[in-house]
Design a binder for this molecule. Sequence first.
Ligand SMILES: CCCCCCCCCCCCCC(=O)SCCNC(=O)CCNC(=O)[C@H](O)C(C)(C)COP(=O)(O)OP(=O)(O)OC[C@H]1O[C@@H](n2cnc3c(N)ncnc32)[C@H](O)[C@@H]1OP(=O)(O)O
Ligand SMILES: Cc1cc2nc3c(=O)[nH]c(=O)nc-3n(C[C@H](O)[C@H](O)[C@H](O)COP(=O)(O)OP(=O)(O)OC[C@H]3O[C@@H](n4cnc5c(N)ncnc54)[C@H](O)[C@@H]3O)c2cc1C
Length: 666
Amino acid sequence: MEGGGVDHLAEERQKSRFDVDEMKIVWAGSRHAFEVSDRVARLVASDPAFRKDNRNLLSRKELFKNTLRKAAYAWKRIMELRLTEEEAAKLRFFIDEPAYTDLHWGMFVPAIKGQGTEEQQQKWLPLAYKMQIIGCYAQTELGHGSNVQGLETTATFDPQTDEFIINSPTLTSSKWWPGGLGKVSTHAVAYARLIVNGQDHGVHGFIVQLRSLDDHMPLPGITVGDIGMKFGSGAYNTMDNGVLRFDHVRIPRNQMLMRVLQVTREGKVVQSDVPRQLIYGTMVYVRQTIVSDASSALSRAVCIATRYSAVRRQFGSQKGGPETQVIDYKTQQSRLFPLLASAYAFRFVGEWLKWLYTDVTQRLQANDFSTLPEAHACTAGLKSLTTSATADAIEECRKLCGGHGYLTSSGLPELFAVYIPACTYEGDNTVLLLQVARFLMKTVSQLGSGKQPVGSTAYMSRAEHLMQCRCSAQRVEDWLKPDVVLEAFEARALRMSVACAQNLSKFSNPEEGFAELSADLAEAAIAHCQLIVVSKFVEKLQQDIPGQGVKQQLQTLCFVYSLHLLHKHQGDFLSTGCITPKQASLANEQLRSLYSQVRPNAIALVDAFNYTDHYLGSVLGRYDGNVYPTLYEDAWKDPLNDSVVPDGYHEYLRPVLKQQLRNARL
Ligand SMILES: CCCCCCCCCCCCCC(=O)SCCNC(=O)CCNC(=O)[C@H](O)C(C)(C)COP(=O)(O)OP(=O)(O)OC[C@H]1O[C@@H](n2cnc3c(N)ncnc32)[C@H](O)[C@@H]1OP(=O)(O)O
Ligand SMILES: Cc1cc2nc3c(=O)[nH]c(=O)nc-3n(C[C@H](O)[C@H](O)[C@H](O)COP(=O)(O)OP(=O)(O)OC[C@H]3O[C@@H](n4cnc5c(N)ncnc54)[C@H](O)[C@@H]3O)c2cc1C
């Protein structure tokens, strides 16, 4: 995407055999999405106010103030340029700095939209849209995060004053972690146990004002602050994750979000026809966005590692000629290309999940709640699968870049530090897999009852066939047949689920059985989620995809993704009898040959992500491949090089050296 100087990767770009511009549109999702993304990315890259190469050198206070400045400036530009919601979201994305705005727009607003009544939405959303109030999502407490029903904060209805009294009864009930809470938010959607007439009605959301809109001081009864430094020096420390305690804070009754459950003036608790699970709806929404974000983070790491692997040469010089580009080593390809394929796979499954979420939202508005369990299972499972894979992949990309990958200027350490909490926030990945497993066990238990499995479990309706079918692959080429690959994944997923269900049935207490078998259940959930990703990639290929060679590249990547999973999880496929050892070896042979097909197109396939050098933030991943001079120049910019002799020489080095010298003379 960059113009200018000598392109050290030009030869690589000429090798590619497909239309990169068309692939950029496929990656973006549509021509319109590409144009918005391209325009906004350039806008951010060209504005010095959005500089980010100095983040690691700032103290926490400077870092945080810098983030406040950027967020305020971004808001000013959004207003001045009259950006649409889509453009504003892209602007925040390309600024590439975790900030309170992520939680305001990403959780506070969606929580009010999803759980507030029409009246509540009309009151609060305009204030939030204009940023006259700034909000966060205060659910997790010091003592409980995963177990939402274990939260201890209370909201007790006082019929005399028509108010709720919000209270933190114990230390462990302190809210702990919410982003944007520590120093910024004026309001929170706080989750608390609803107590009416002494009866506990479970956890619900309440809009609570935390700070004065005049001087930003905490309101009476509110204790609030930041929870301290997190992993890495810059990274997620731009965010003010916070602690919050309530000491009998009173809020009007109409600040309880009442779409699911209402409390009347008289203190009557009325359940609407909306299911209780909708209280968890914001998490479904955010998990869906996290899947798309995974493809962004992964593609970014892969872009850096791929470009650098083409620049870097080690060994293999023939007659004084150039050494081998490390990207030409089969081991490098077998570690890198599955990650490249995963980036595309996660992009497409993210697109599908967005569609699923939109569909569920429309149904919910029409009071059709039938697809909510499916949406929960898919968002939870895919969030877990894609974030775990992406976190591992970023670290793998660092290793693929050798020693230079460990330099901050490679961009990879910061990307890793910012990204890894995605495996924990919005639901710990193992806890989420167990939610998928519950859904699978329920579906398996209903097989044969006449209730047809639908959506992502529709394959289970062919249980009779899938339980006994044998894979038909006999030659290497057979592993390029989508039906053969899909059936192997379906059979493996179903057989693992059925095996768990059979083992569960041996326990007289199902919950005890579930706990005992939870490791196997989590593996069955992974198999099911991998099947979803593979099947959505295959479905994508059934669409009309214009552009010379574009579809063929995607086909290659689809098989790289599927066959590398098959290779990695051979144990599952073999032990469930879905494939034979001979077929596993044929699949591996096919995979090796696919790597050779990816090789000439690798640089163009990462160019298709259309990332600016500003967004990539990596010397190793520069578009022009001009790595060494930039690394060399950058080293001299480090503050440690401000003076030739370091501070501390006279106090701490000279005396040691002198002492050694004296000892030597003795
Ligand atoms: C542009 C946007 C940018 C966005 C930027 C964002 C930046 C990100 C920055 C970082 C931001 C980080 C921000 C943060 O981190 S915010 C905090 C996030 N916290 C969590 O994710 C907590 C995880 N825990 C849970 O979700 C629950 O407690 C679980 C689910 C584990 C248990 O639950 P529970 O104790 O109740 O027990 P149950 O298992 O009997 O379940 C009962 C029933 O409910 C159904 N069920 C469960 N869950 C859902 C659901 N979600 N939708 C629909 N249904 C659901 C379930 O299937 C079952 O149904 P059925 O079997 O009875 O029919
Ligand atoms: C950077 C960051 C930002 C965050 N932002 C917010 C925010 O804005 N708002 C908010 O409310 N929260 C936020 N959180 C909190 C986050 O949602 C929780 O940390 C997360 O849900 C995990 O919960 P936990 O910390 O209680 O983990 P725990 O549940 O204590 O997990 C510890 C271990 O126990 C295991 N475990 C737990 N339960 C089970 C089980 N039933 N079966 C098997 N294993 C289990 C887990 O797999 C894990 O290995 C944030 C967290 C982070 C790190």
